[in-house]
Design a protein around this ligand. Structure first.
Ligand code: GKR
Ligand code: MG
Length: 428
C-alpha cells in the first residue's frame, strides 16, 4: 500500500467570544483537515489546529509523504525528521495554546496513517494502539467566561429562539452566577460528570468564587478543575490554591515553569496538572527531577500523534503521574481520534477536556458526535470510524476563505472589546 495523494484543507468553524488568558476567541476557530489517499483507494483522515504556518509545514513534506507506506510509521517518521525535525518545548511560546507547527505535521500524519491502517486491516485505531480498555470515554464540561454571542455566521446577537445549551452558548457569562448557569445548561445537555473552568481572565478572587459557587451547586460528587493558564505568580497560586484545598480535583497550570509548579506543588495538597510546563518529551527529565506536576495532559496534536501520546502514558505510569487530555477548539475528526486514544490508554485517570460543545457545525458524515452521560462511545471503525462529509468540508473551507484569518490571535480580538488590551505572561 502506498500513499498517492495528500490533501490539506483549511477550514473555519463558528466559535463564540470565549475569554482566556491571551484575550478572546475570534468568531471563527481554524482547523486543517488532512486526507491521505492510497493506491488501493483508501482515505485516511486527520485534523489539526489550523494556521497558514501549519498548512505550509504540511505542504513542505508532501513529497516525503507521497509514495510512503502508511503501515510503516517508523520509516515515514525518520524521513520526516530529515526534512522537518519536530520543535522542542522551547518553541511552544507562553500563550495558553501551543504555538509550534512542525509537531502538528507528525500528529496529522500519524493519525491519518493509523486511520488508513485500521481501514486496511478492518480494525479500529484503538485496536492498533494496543487494544480497547474502555468503550465509553469520559469527557469533562469545559466552562468559559464569555461575552454575548455565538460567533461564526450566527453573529454576535442573541437568538431569542434558542433554548437550553444553544441559549447558554450565546448568553454572556462574566460572573459566578453566569458560570453556574452555563454549567447547568452544559451538564443538562451533555451529561458531563466533571467540570473545568477556564481561568486567567479575571482577578483570582472572582474565579475562585466561581469555583466555590460550582461546588455549592453541584456538590462534592462532581470533580472541579480550574485552569488560569499560568497567569498567577507562585505566591498567588499558593494563596488561592490553599483557599480551594479539598474543592478541586486538580489545579491546572496555575503558574509558569516547572520550577514554579514544583514550588506550588510542595505547598498544596491539591494535585497539579499541566499542558503548559511539561509539553514534550524533552521536558520529561525536568518534570521527574523537580516534581513539577501530578498529571500530564497529553494532546496528540502537540505530542506528535496518538502513538506518541501512548508513549507519554507509559512514562506517566512509570513515574506515577496521572495522565489525561488537553484540548483546543476542534471538530469530529479530532474528537474521534481523542476518543480512540482515551479508549486505548490503560492509565487514563481523568475525564478528557473538549471544546466540542462550543461548536455546532461538523464536517463528518452523520453530523455532530453525541455525548452519552458525558462520554463518547468509541466509534465502531474501521480506522477512526468517521468519514468526511465533503459538502460540509467545502462549506467550512468557504467560511475559512471568507473569514480571512491566518492564525489564532486572541489579543487582537480582545482589543476590539477593550482597546489597548495587552497579553501579559504573568498577571496576578
Ligand atoms: O481555548 O481559550 C482556549 C484555551 O485557553 C486553550 O487555548 C488552551 O490551550 O484549553 C487550553 C488549556 O487547557 O490550556
Ligand atoms: Mg490548560
Amino acid at each position: 500500500m502506498r500513499i498517492t495523494e495528500m490533501h490539506i484543507t483549511p477550514i473555519a468553524l463558528g466559535d463564540p467570544p470565549l475569554l482566556n488568558a491571551a484575550g478572546l476567541h475570534a468568531p471563527y476557530c481554524l482547523r486543517t483537515v488532512v486526507e491521505l489517499r492510497t493506491s488501493d483507494g483508501l482515505s485516511g483522515l486527520a485534523e489539526v489546529p489550523g494556521s497558514v504556518a501549519v498548512d505550509q509545514a504540511l505542504a513542505a513534506v508532501r513529497e516525503v509523504v507521497i509514495g510512503a507506506d502508511p503501515r510503516n510509521w517508523h520509516a515515514l517518521r525518520a524521513r520526516l525528521a530529515e526534512r522537518c525535525a519536530p520543535e522542542t518545548s522551547v518553541a511552544r511560546g507562553d500563550k495558553p495554546w501551543d504555538g509550534r507547527t512542525r509537531v502538528q505535521v507528525y500528529s496529522a500524519l500519524d493519525v491519518a496513517c493509523l486511520d488508513l491502517q485500521g481501514k486496511a486491516y478492518g480494525v479500529r485505531v484503538a485496536d492498533l494502539l494496543g487494544g480497547v480498555v474502555r468503550e465509553r470515554v469520559p469527557y469533562s464540561a469545559y466552562l468559559f467566561y464569555k461575552y454575548e454571542g455565538a460567533g461564526g455566521e450566527l453573529g454576535f446577537g442573541t437568538d431569542p429562539r434558542a433554548t437550553g445549551w444553544a441559549a447558554a452558548r450565546q448568553r454572556a457569562a462574566l460572573d459566578p452566577d453566569g458560570i453556574v448557569a452555563q454549567a447547568e445548561a452544559m451538564v443538562a445537555e451533555f451529561g458531563f460528570q466533571s467540570i473545568k473552568l477556564k481561568g486567567g481572565c479575571f482577578e483570582p478572587a472572582q474565579e475562585v468564587a466561581a469555583i466555590h459557587a460550582l461546588r455549592r451547586r453541584f456538590g462534592p460528587g462532581v470533580p472541579l478543575r480550574l485552569d488560569p493558564n499560568a497567569l498567577w505568580t507562585v505566591e498567588t497560586s499558593i494563596r488561592w490554591g490553599r483557599d480551594m484545598e479539598g474543592v478541586l480535583e486538580y489545579l491546572e497550570d496555575p503558574c509558569r515553569t516547572q520550577a514554579g509548579m514544583a514550588e506550588v506543588r510542595r505547598m498544596l495538597k491539591t494535585p497539579l496538572a499541566t499542558n503548559m510546563c511539561t509539553t514534550s518529551f524533552d521536558d520529561l527529565p525536568g518534570s521527574v527531577r523537580l516534581g513539577s506536576e501530578d498529571i500530564i495532559l497529553t494532546d496528540h496534536h502537540f505530542w506528535g500523534g496518538l502513538r506518541a501520546s501512548m508513549e507519554l502514558a507509559a512514562h506517566c505510569r512509570t513515574f506515577a503521574r496521572g495522565v489525561s487530555m488537553h484540548s483546543n477548539n476542534h471538530a469530529g475528526i479530532s474528537l474521534a481520534a481523542m476518543t480512540h486514544l482515551g479508549a486505548a490508554m490503560p492509565n487514563l485517570s481523568y475525564a478528557l477536556d473538549t471544546h466540542y460543545p462550543w461548536q455546532w457545525e461538523e464536517i463528518i458524515v452523520g453530523g455532530r458526535i453525541r455525548f452519552e452521560e458525558g462520554a463518547v462511545v468509541l466509534p465502531a471503525g474501521p480506522g477512526l470510524g468517521v468519514e468526511l462529509d465533503r459538502s460540509a468540508l467545502a462549506r467550512a473551507h468557504a467560511a475559512y476563505l471568507r473569514a480571512g484569518l491566518t492564525e489564532r490571535n486572541d489579543e487582537i480580538e480582545m482589543q476590539k472589546k477593550v482597546p489597548g488590551w495587552k497579553f501579559a505572561a504573568t498577571r496576578w
